[in-house]
Ligand binder design. Structure first.
Ligand code: FE2
Length: 250
């Protein structure tokens, strides 16, 4: 009896009531087009990853290959022809999953030049330009890029803001005030990228700054880790307290 009482008191908090990601309906950050970045390397792998995301409850995937001057000079043509390949394979196999594509732009001189020329910009839902920053060094001119994206009629969407340890709350606030939206990685909430990223993710959730969430799925290991995120009380907090924009993209 005493033991029961004791174990009750020390039992871990009830785990999250979130069973899957079905309420999100849409994932808008992944690397599922084979062979054009560091994500899926074959059509077979792409299909396997897509089946995992289907199992997790998604109805639509807007996949976002890297565009990066040094490594991945992908263009909308390359991305969209890869998308067709994946869509055909899904159709051939009778897999029901809506698919679209955009890109994840690395914040570099090349991206800035594309913005300046209004060239090779491919946006999520023709609306949101997804861009990422260096994980190590604070880049200069992010606010200029945010403005340039808006001048072209798009909404800037920063990928995984919780992965940039050099940013302060003041800087996050300034980006938001200038109209930049934030896409958090679900894997960050589950602790996949380490403790400090998880803490920053929790902090951004507490501050109500998250507009969308993404899987940033590159490989099968990430799909497995998405189940850990479901256990997080912060995910539950995010899902209950915030109207995320993911379902609006269906
Ligand atoms: Fe990504």
């Amino acid at each position: 009896m005493l033991f029961n009482l004791f174990s009750k008191k020390t039992a871990p908090a009830a785990s999250s009531a979130i069973r899957d990601y079905a309420d999100l309906k849409v994932d808008l950050h992944s690397h599922l087009i084979p062979g054009i970045d560091d994500g899926s390397q074959s059509l077979e792998e792409s299909i396997a990853l897509i089946l995992e995301l289907k199992k997790l409850g998604y109805q639509k995937l807007i996949t976002t290959p890297h565009i990066m001057s040094d490594y991945y000079r992908n263009t909308p043509e390359i991305i969209l022809s890869g998308l067709e390949l994946v869509k055909n394979e899904l159709k051939n196999r009778g897999i029901d999953m809506k698919m679209e594509a955009a890109a994840e732009y690395y914040f570099d001189e090349y991206f800035l030049s594309l913005l300046q020329q209004n060239k090779n910009i491919i946006a999520i839902n023709n609306e949101y330009v997804l861009f990422e920053l260096s994980y190590l060094n604070k880049p200069q001119g992010v606010l200029d890029a945010i403005f340039a994206i808006q001048q072209l009629g798009y909404k800037p969407l920063m990928a995984h803001p919780e992965r940039y340890p050099y940013l302060s709350v003041e800087e996050y606030t300034e980006f938001k005030e200038k109209g930049c939206l934030f896409q958090m990685n679900l894997l960050s909430i589950g602790g996949f990228y380490g403790k400090s990223v998880k803490l920053l993710a929790n902090q951004l959730i507490d501050l109500g700054m998250v507009d969308m969430v993404g899987t940033d799925l590159h490989r099968m290991k990430h799909a497995e880790q998405l189940y850990y995120t479901l256990e997080s009380s912060f995910l539950e907090k995010l899902f209950t307290e915030k109207d995320l924009l993911n379902p609006t993209l269906l």
